[in-house]
Design a binder for this molecule. Structure first.
Ligand code: FE2
Ligand code: FE2
Length: 254
């Protein structure tokens, strides 16, 4: 099975540019076209958060239209630049989000693989969190099914070696790691947020961050480094999954 991962789309209100520089909507259109043109075609697309750039009213119209061009089913989840209610309105018709409750976490099954989509958002804040309520939800899912499971979430629960992004990773990552280690069935933990393609061993499996489809941060592991946006080419990831085989992850530029 092939899973494409689009992340940090940062879709804007038409005519605006992200950080006054990047036409992220046009970049997403190119990424979607590239994914649709892949042969073999991916079986699924996961969209790991920061679908909007604000959050700001008017961003999810373009996001839904551009993601709607995918000829492959896709799974959205929230990042720190997203608004849960806005995501419900734009993507509720996919039937993935829970009908009730605060968090937009859910479970999805495709071809022998179970995917757990997590919501790491702290409203109006930049870092993420897996609080006790969210960890309990993950624990319950892992307890009721020991089949192969891929976790997708926005904020990485591990250090990636980025001076600007490490302080705003997912809080609660240590408890989450212990929980995953108790189960031997995690195929990988796919994240976004850091706007670079980065792989890290985590909880006995692969911790992975996909690059943004529209805007990349400079590589700088210096603690306290400021965010520097670059002209590095944006892109997305492709993950190849088979039962009993480690996940193989490729990064493509667009
Ligand atoms: Fe982002
Ligand atoms: Fe983010």
């Amino acid at each position: 099975m092939i899973i494409a991962q689009l992340s940090d789309l940062h879709c804007t209100v038409p005519g605006e540019r992200a950080v006054k520089r990047y036409d992220t909507n046009a970049a997403l259109a190119r990424a979607v076209e590239r994914v649709n043109g892949l042969r073999p075609r991916p079986d699924l697309v996961v969209v790991t958060g920061d679908i909007g750039n604000g959050p700001k009213p008017g961003e999810y119209g373009p996001a839904a239209e551009l993601l709607g061009r995918l000829e492959i089913p896709f799974l959205p989840l929230p990042g720190n630049h997203d608004d849960r209610q806005g995501l419900r309105e734009a993507f509720g018709h996919l039937g993935l989000f829970p009908a009730e409750g605060e968090f937009l976490h859910y479970e999805h099954r495709v071809g022998g693989l179970r995917i757990l989509a997590l919501d790491t958002v702290i409203p109006m804040d930049v870092p993420g969190r897996l609080c006790d309520a969210r960890l309990s939800w993950v624990e319950a899912r892992l307890r009721e099914d020991s089949g192969p499971t891929l976790v997708i979430m926005h904020h990485p629960p591990f250090l990636v070696g980025s001076g600007v992004m490490d302080p705003i990773r997912c809080q609660g990552g240590e408890a989450f790691e212990m929980l995953l280690r108790q189960h031997g069935n995690i195929a990988g933990v796919l994240c976004g947020h850091v706007h670079r393609g980065i792989a890290v061993p985590f909880a006995g499996t692969l911790g992975f961050c996909a690059p943004s489809t529209g805007m990349l941060l400079a590589f700088d592991p210096t603690p306290g480094a400021p965010p520097v946006w670059t002209d590095d080419p944006p892109g997305f990831a492709l993950h190849v999954w088979e039962p009993g085989v480690p996940l193989r992850s490729h990064v493509l530029t667009v």
